[in-house]
Design a protein around this ligand. Structure first.
Ligand SMILES: Nc1ncnc2c1ncn2[C@@H]1O[C@H](COP(=O)(O)OP(=O)(O)OP(=O)(O)O)[C@@H](O)[C@H]1O
Ligand SMILES: [Mg+2]
Length: 399
């Protein structure tokens, strides 16, 4: 069993989990959380700072766990990511379908033109057909023509290269990149959700990542350069209070509803004096930001031809989803069922404390589950030349 690090490098926090995977479960050996540095709106803004904090965090987790790691599963913000579908086909040469042929079919699908400035981070096979009949797992089946439908998720090459440079500079290398939206799918969705359809909205500190999932496929991904920190800045500016105070006031008092019972909040001002405001005034400051973000999301959802009514609704996650009243506000804004959720079902992840059930850790836990799927498969059959196929395929259809 190899040890690896799962890393969620966010705009606010950097979380590391060192783990090892076996076929059936994953064991967490150490976790580490820091304030992230050098990251802004989901991408590297200061390479030196990002490298330093990443190196320090992984090394601390290494010390805690008493193991060394080389490989990192790293998240990637969804800003500038895209998903496209493609079909691939191959003729079966022998009697039965082999892994090599599955890979060949996938490769032909990947041949659809991906612009030179983009990098493929995920290729998920979503449908296999053998001689025009849909099958779950083609390997070992009889047939003459194998067709595969894949979903390809790409990102800007420069963003990926800078991430790689950062990880390598810190002394590690990237085993796989995991798009935030993909991490959230692994973390939050049951098989039923994946099939019935759901929208996940991950409100981070400086970005919001959205994914629409239906019939086991990623229908669309959207990302916005807006997050919880913007609510904090609105409060800081609106009340003329330092950012640190604005953050405290937001977490403790801000709520997305007005009420008869007004609370009076003491606000320290920039000049050292204080003033009192009511909770309804605070609502007036944060409401426009929430409304603007949800309006953008709604427009994109409508443009994508997505019928929220025909799905199981919306899951809100990420630290920003903890804003009081957001669930009900989202529910009436989108006119659908909404739940606020953190990672689901930790049963095959051993030794991860309960605090990781918070929505802030959805991406990290999703990366752990994703890594478990990959590493577990490699463990299952360390068959050398084909292990790279499993890495692309995840061994089977994505569901
Ligand atoms: N109880 C709370 N009420 C309101 N906001 C909260 C609460 N707890 C955390 N937040 C906000 O959540 C945000 C951090 O979320 P998260 O940890 O998901 O961000 P991140 O992953 O580091 O950033 P990003 O995904 O944008 O790169 C901060 O803006 C913080 O103020
Ligand atoms: Mg995040």
């Amino acid at each position: 069993m190899r040890n690896f690090a799962a890393v969620d490098l966010g705009s606010k926090k950097l979380v590391v989990a060192i783990a090892r995977a076996s076929r059936d479960y994953l064991e967490v050996l150490a976790t580490q959380r820091e304030n992230s540095r050098g990251i802004g709106r989901g991408i590297i803004r200061n390479l030196r700072e990002a490298k330093e904090v990443l190196k320090a965090s992984i090394e601390l987790a290494e010390r805690d766990s008493d193991v060394q790691v080389e490989e990192v599963y790293l998240n990637l913000s969804g800003v500038n990511s895209e998903v496209v579908s493609a079909l691939g086909k191959t003729v079966i040469t022998g009697e039965r379908i082999t892994k090599r042929e599955i890979l060949r079919a996938m490769e032909t699908a990947k041949r659809i033109t991906i612009p030179q400035n983009r990098y493929t981070i995920h290729v998920f096979p979503t449908e296999f057909t053998v001689d025009d009949q849909e099958v779950d797992e083609p390997e070992g089946m009889f047939g003459t023509v194998l067709q595969v439908k894949v979903q390809i998720i790409t990102h800007l090459l420069t963003v990926v290269r800078n991430m790689e440079n950062c990880v390598n500079g810190a002394g590690f290398y990237i085993k796989e990149l995991v798009l935030n939206q993909v991490g959230n799918i692994y973390s939050l969705l049951t098989k039923e959700d994946r099939n019935l359809g759901v929208a996940i909205i991950d409100i981070g500190a400086e970005t919001t990542d959205v994914v629409l999932v239906l019939k086991n496929e990623i229908h669309r991904v959207f990302s916005y350069e807006v997050g919880g920190k913007d609510f904090t800045s609105d409060i800081a500016i609106g009340l003329n209070t330092p950012v640190k105070e604005a953050e405290r006031i937001k977490v403790k008092f801000a709520r997305l509803f007005t009420g008869e019972e007004e609370e009076i909040i003491e606000v320290p001002l920039m000049d050292g004096s204080e003033k009192n405001i009511s909770s309804n005034e605070l609502y007036g400051i944060i409401f426009p930001r929430a409304e603007q973000l949800f309006t953008w999301i709604k427009e994109d959802i409508v443009r994508a031809g997505w019928e929220l009514r025909a799905t199981s609704g919306i899951i809100l996650t990420g630290g920003g989803a903890l804003l009081s009243g957001l669930k009900n506000f989202a529910s009436s804004f989108f006119n659908t069922m909404v739940r606020v959720s953190g990672p689901q079902k930790l049963e095959n992840i051993k030794n991860l404390s309960e605090e990781f059930l918070s929505p802030e850790y959805s991406v990290l836990v999703g990366i752990l589950k994703y890594a478990q799927e990959r590493e577990g498969k490699e463990e299952e059959s360390a068959e050398g030349p084909f292990s790279f196929i499993k890495r692309i395929l995840g061994g089977k259809k994505w569901k």
